[in-house]
Design a protein around this ligand. Structure first.
Ligand SMILES: [Fe+2]
Length: 362
């Protein structure tokens, strides 16, 4: 690194943000007395116009002259309750409780049918990954489901990171991807039909993929934070497959090692990913296959999210009292509200779908 580059190791390198104020005394008292910042420097002694305070990993230079109205200071702490305050100079202080539970926005249920058409809209995200939004309404912000496609395989420019979430799973639809997870041993490859449950805040990294990797990612809440991890490297030396992450265990489901078992509707079999056990019943994910003409009928369900992604084959969805019919081909997904009557009929052999249920609607 060149000599003039800032580093974290040089104790002489200090950064400050200048926060203007009219009344230095009042603004300084607010930061010190109400927010527990400490005074680092004050000058001049006879009639101070500048004070430096530090706290929460932040250093502020309070300087007389002007207003701090356009400045927002965000403090992440587990010691204070989440709130918004206003300093005497007009600066907004947002206190974010770092240890508070992740709360999902209020669920707005709706029937969402997302076909995979030739003109389907894909957006290009980081590292050339293509994203297709499977629940554009996000059910009020509670859930997100994405169909992700990496056309060109090779190393993935990812870094060790974690997410502040309540639920997150990744299902490999086709191709393969190599991933590594905190306390889960060496990196491994997920193949078609495999999936992982990423419990809250587990450190992880995507390493490489095949050409034309396709995964389905489902998460809650829809908008969540991704944090870079600078301390922990992967793989970790410890192996703790039973580690509890906010009430959930990590799951690596390997389709080939999982038997097909009879399912709750006649004519269907399912492979259980084990997400139900690992989340103590909060969520479940199954790969389901049905023979032609097999039918699922439900008058209602008990979940916040009931999501189906057609992996292969064909099905027909009939909903409501007006019996509206939609044809579902491979790549289509549906999100079903808890009070909607529906019938799903398999109309081609070798029809498989992913069924994910999350949360309780009660
Ligand atoms: Fe991630």
């Amino acid at each position: 690194m060149p000599n003039n580059s800032p580093t974290n190791s040089n104790a002489r390198d200090i950064a400050e943000i200048v926060v203007p104020c009219q009344e230095l005394d009042q603004t300084l008292s607010f930061f010190v007395d109400q927010l527990s910042f400490r005074i680092e420097m004050i000058t001049p002694a006879d009639n101070p116009n500048t004070a430096i305070v530090s706290g929460y990993g932040l250093r502020l230079c309070l300087r007389h002259g002007g207003t701090g109205e356009n400045i927002v200071v965000r403090l992440h702490t587990s010691d204070r309750k989440a709130q918004t305050l206003h300093a005497p100079n007009g600066t907004t202080i947002e206190i974010i409780n770092a240890s508070a539970d992740v709360v999902l926005p209020k669920l707005k249920e709706s029937l969402v049918v997302t076909p995979l058409t030739s003109d389907a809209s894909w957006t290009v995200g980081r590292a050339g990954m293509r994203y297709r939004d499977l629940i554009p309404s996000r059910l009020g912000g509670a859930f997100i489901a994405s169909h992700i496609h990496i056309p060109n395989g090779g190393p993935v420019p990812d870094y060790v990171h974690y997410h502040r979430i309540k639920f997150q799973m990744i299902y490999c639809r086709s191709g393969w991807v190599r991933v590594v997870y905190e306390d889960q041993g060496e990196s491994f490859v997920m193949n078609a039909g495999d999936c992982v449950l990423q419990p809250p805040e587990i450190r992880h990294r995507v390493l490489e993929s095949s050409d034309n990797l396709e995964v389905i990612e489902i998460g809650a809440p829809a908008e969540h934070e991704t944090f870079a991890e600078h301390t922990i490297t992967l793989p970790t030396p410890t192996l703790r497959p039973d580690r509890d992450f906010s009430g959930q265990r990590f799951v690596h489901h390997v389709a080939e090692q999982t038997p097909w078992l009879p399912w709750r509707f006649e004519g269907f079999e399912a492979r259980n990913t084990g997400i139900d056990l690992a989340t103590s019943g909060y969520a479940s994910a199954l790969t389901v296959r049905g023979t032609k003409s097999s039918v699922i009928r439900e008058n209602k369900h008990q979940h916040q999210l009931m999501f189906i992604f057609i992996l292969s084959g064909l099905a027909t969805l009939e909903t409501g009292n007006d019996h509206e019919i939609k044809q579902l081909r491979a790549g289509a997904s549906i999100t079903l509200p808890s009070t909607l009557k529906f019938k799903l009929e398999v109309t081609a052999d070798d029809t498989q779908f992913l069924l994910v249920e999350v949360g309780s609607s009660n």
